[in-house]
Each structure stands twice: as structure tokens, then as C-alpha cells.
Design a protein around this ligand. Structure first.
Ligand code: GDP
Ligand code: MG
Length: 364
């Protein structure tokens, strides 16, 4: 009512539920001696989580950090072989004939590669495509440490190759170039290297700092070398460490409604260790982890940093890019989800009105 009165004196006839434009709000704030601060949905969510004592930016103590596998996304022009390469990488490790080795598509998988005498694991996001990458990045949920850019050696650089390069650059993610289809007649891997220099991606062979590896996703040639190049690139420039002993933070990378199992969501754990029974919230979905399966389709009890698992037990289907949070108990998870739902509803209404009402106006 006070605000309505002040507005009246400012020459604006308004009711509490009426929409006003930003300028009017600025006038109002000015009049009251406040600085107007329009809060983004991300900030709003941060504030919401703070009321539950959850700080997403909280840093871990150095001594709690342990090595984790790098997370890799494959990008490139359509038909240059992303899907086939992801299959080759996976089958090279899982082995199609392996007893009980039914691979499960859960949106990500892990493979092991010997590197400098050590067995190293790598996590691949296998929902390739720039859209997923862009969508997640737009939501601040970048889950990629290294990007593999696939370029077919018989086709060379194409529009989506450049797009992929730009995505990686904008996200400040190091790249490795997989020069694919070298088994094909007319394949010209040298030309790919040459073309790439025009985009400031220079192979080590020319004194640059990007690794190029010739591969054939069809024959499997070069795939192990590609994985080694990814590990070298990751080790050279990245701090691959996370705290496995803390409450879980992760990102939903894909999710769906399954007839028999209800909501199933693949989460890539970023820190902490997710366990069956944990209370979680992801976007507006909440619940307890009822069961988890890994990329081999096996039931698992826990998943640490860089491990993808498919989780059952959420109340609804989260979106790709939603942050997975472990909470103290399921009541907290539910409260956060419900508050988010309310905020989303408000945001949608405000968007529909394209303006704010006095009810959106509160003092900090
Ligand atoms: P995507 O659109 O990037 O996912 O490309 P795909 O993996 O679907 O591959 C497109 C086509 O190229 C398919 O017919 C593949 O079998 C073929 N292909 C992919 N990699 C190779 C390769 O290394 N050699 C040959 N000869 N064909 C390949
Ligand atoms: Mg594909």
C-alpha cells in the first residue's frame, strides 16, 4: 500500500498486482533511496539455496581433492563420424563379446586407456551434438574438460566444424582434433591440418599446441592414440581433481520417463559420492536414490566424481543441465523443488506480462 501511495505521488496510478515497467521501478527505488537490482533466475536460485545453507560456489580444501577422470565431449560436422567414433571408443574397451557385458545407453560412459604405464579412465558424454553442449553451457553447467573435434579427412572443415571450434573456444575448453575416415579413398589428413590453421588451430607438427590424431572409426585405427592425446592434453592444462567426500554435486545429462521405472536420470557426479538412499534435488525433481545403474547396465551402490550413473527415484524428469544436489534429507529436497516450482511459475507469469508488478518488488 505504501508503494502504491508513493507511486501515486510520482504520478503513476497503480495497484499492487498491476504490471509496471523497469523505468517506473527505477523511479520508485530512487524515491525510496534504494538501488534497483534485477535478479536473474540463476541468482534467484542461488539465493534460494542459500536459505537452505547450500553454497554452490563453496570451494573444497586443497587436501580433500583427489584425481578424477577427464570428461570428454565429441563434436563436429554432421556425418563426420561422431557416433561411430563414440561406438569405436566404447567397443574397444567394453568388448562386444564380453560375457555379461551388455552396454547400456545412459548418455555417458567410461573407458580405460593405458597411458604412460598406468590405467587411466576417461568419461565420454555420448549424447553428441552442439545443442546439448550449448544448452548446458548456457545454463552454466559445463561438464566438459576436453572436446574432441571430429573432422572427416575426405570432407575437410565444414560449417559445423567451425561452430564446434567456436563452442569450445567460448567455453575455454581445450580441444583434440580427430581426423577421421582415414581408411577412405580420397582421405587427405594433411589438408585438414592445413585448413585448421586458418582458424588458429595449429597442429603440434607445425609448432602449434593442438594435438591432431588420424583415426578410422570404422577400423579402430588410431583410436587408442586419440585417447592418449586426450589424456596428454588434459594433463597438460587441467586440474582434474574433486572432493569425493562431501555432499554430492552433479549435472543431469539426460533424463526420461520410463514405463516401468518412472523417472530415470543420468547424472554425472562432479564432486562427492552419490549413494543409494541419498536425498537429492535436480531442478524441480526431488526424491531419494532408489537404485542406480552404471554404463554397463549393472546395479551400483555408489558413484564418485566423473562417474555417470542412471538414477531412479526422482519425483519427475529433470532437464539436461540441471544441477544435481544432495540434501540433508528428503524434506529439504522437496522444499527446494517446491520453491523452485513457485519461482518458475512466477517467472513464466512475469514473462507473459513482460513486466513486473509491485508484488515482485521486495527490498533486500
Ligand atoms: P555423425 O553424424 O557425425 O554422428 O556421423 P556418423 O557416425 O553417423 O557417421 C556418418 C557416416 O560415416 C556413417 O555411414 C558411418 O558409418 C561413416 N563413417 C564414420 N566413420 C567412418 C570411418 O572412419 N571410415 C569410414 N569409411 N566411414 C565412416
Ligand atoms: Mg551422430
Amino acid at each position: 500500500a505504501d508503494l502504491v501511495t508513493i507511486l501515486f505521488h510520482l504520478g503513476e496510478m497503480a495497484t499492487a498486482t498491476q504490471s509496471l515497467d523497469e523505468t517506473t521501478f527505477e523511479l520508485l527505488a530512487d524515491e525510496l533511496g534504494y538501488k534497483l537490482d534485477l535478479v536473474s533466475p540463476e541468482e534467484e536460485d542461488k539465493e534460494l539455496l542459500e536459505t537452505f545453507d547450500i553454497d554452490l560456489d563453496e570451494e573444497d580444501d586443497e587436501e580433500d581433492l583427489e584425481y578424477r577422470s577427464p570428461v570428454i565431449t565429441v563434436m563436429g560436422h554432421v556425418d563426420h563420424g561422431k557416433t561411430r567414433l563414440l561406438d569405436a571408443i566404447r567397443s574397444g574397451n567394453v568388448g562386444a563379446g564380453e560375457a555379461g557385458g551388455i552396454t547400456q545407453h545412459i548418455g555417458a560412459y567410461q573407458v580405460v586407456q593405458e597411458h604412460e604405464g598406468e590405467d587411466r579412465s576417461l568419461t565420454f558424454i555420448d549424447t553428441p551434438g552442439h545443442e546439448a553442449f550449448t544448452a548446458m553451457r548456457a545454463r552454466g553447467a559445463l561438464v566438459t574438460d576436453v572436446a574432441i573435434i571430429v573432422v572427416a579427412a575426405d570432407d575437410g572443415i565444414m560449417p559445423q566444424t567451425i561452430e564446434a571450434l567456436n563452442h569450445a573456444k567460448a567455453a575455454d575448453v581445450p580441444i583434440v582434433v580427430a581426423v577421421n575416415k582415414i581408411d577412405k579413398e580420397g582421405a587427405n589428413p594433411a589438408k585438414v591440418r592445413q585448413q585448421m590453421t586458418e582458424y588458429e588451430v595449429v597442429t603440434e607438427e607445425y609448432g602449434g599446441d593442438t594435438m591432431f590424431v588420424d583415426v578410422s572409426a570404422r577400423t579402430g585405427e588410431g583410436v587408442a592414440a586419440l585417447l592418449e592425446a586426450v589424456l596428454l592434453t588434459a594433463d597438460a592444462g587441467l586440474d582434474l581433481r574433486a572432493n569425493p567426500n562431501r555432499e554430492v554435486r552433479g549435472i543431469a545429462i539426460e533424463a526420461k520417463l520410463d514405463k516401468g521405472r518412472g523417472s530415470v536420470a543420468t547424472v554425472l557426479v562432479q564432486s562427492g559420492t552419490l549413494r543409494v538412499g541419498d536425498a537429492i534435488v535436480a531442478g524441480t525433481a526431488y526424491g531419494r536414490v532408489r537404485a542406480m545403474i552404471n554404463d554397463a547396465g549393472e546395479r551400483v551402490e555408489e558413484a564418485g566424481p566423473s562417474t555417470p550413473v542412471q538414477v531412479q527415484g526422482l519425483s519427475s524428469v529433470p532437464r539436461a543441465g540441471d544441477v544435481f544436489l544432495q540434501t540433508e534429507d528428503d524434506r529439504t529436497a522437496r522444499q527446494i523443488a517446491e520453491k523452485r516450482e513457485a519461482l518458475e511459475r512466477n517467472a513464466m507469469l512475469a514473462k507473459a506480462r513482460k513486466r513486473l508488478s509491485l508484488e515482485d518488488f521486495k527490498t533486500a
